[in-house]
Design a protein. Sequence first.
Length: 284
Amino acid sequence: MADNKAAAPHKLDLTGLGRDTMLIKVPNYVAESWNEAAQNKATGTPLARIRLDASIADQDSGAAAMDPTERQEGNLRNNNHLQASTAGRSHVMALTGTVPEHMPHTFRLRQQARGNDTLVALQEGSSQTRLAATVRERFDTAVLSELGNGAAGSSAIDPRYSALTRARNEAATKKRTMQVIDNPQAARQMASMPTNPKLARTKPGEKQEWEHRARLDKDKLEARLFRLFEKQARWKFAELQKHTDQPTAWLKEVLLGVALSNKRGPYIGTWELKREYRMGQQPT
């Protein structure tokens, strides 16, 4: 009964239905820094500065989430404390001191294609869930370097950040070592391990898969087959090969001369001697 009460639907606060916002995918260290600022309730602290290309924004009905009045004011209609201006040749985001100095601070914003689904930003409270805004634009981020005149240059990563990334990749890579074993006893132990099937020692009398079967003379093979059919009227091919130890093609060639393969009926898949080779009564 308590579970039903907990799962009971409740009203959704739609006061933010008319508010637009943008969704930006940022690196983990940026998200951690922003979450820390939110937990410390740093209200009004600028987290980043977004520079939007006016021509791109106009072509796409206002990149980010800005209407004409708010473009003049230079503010975004969201609660992320992001300051925007329309100067520049591309969408660029610059962090404002909320992350360590040796980490990248400047990013190019790459706009994602709009889907048919409507995305919304929800804010959960202690008593009610509130619709904070409607997501109008979505962006991915790519690291940028900033030239001296303020223009965005080609992608360049800070050397310390590059070294940190390289160290993470090396730590995540599985290391393999090679060792030469001179001790015969150790070599025999490794050969018997199940992880080395090609080197494993075989039991006495056991044939290796790569060893070829020696062909018997045709007369000798036929005599052996006749002896087998005297013991049993019908045989499967695998059983005949096991008893004769002959190559598949050679055994089948000789077998076709003295026996028939049952293609249908209750004995399908077995071989039996031809009528002219049978001795006495019909096989049962």
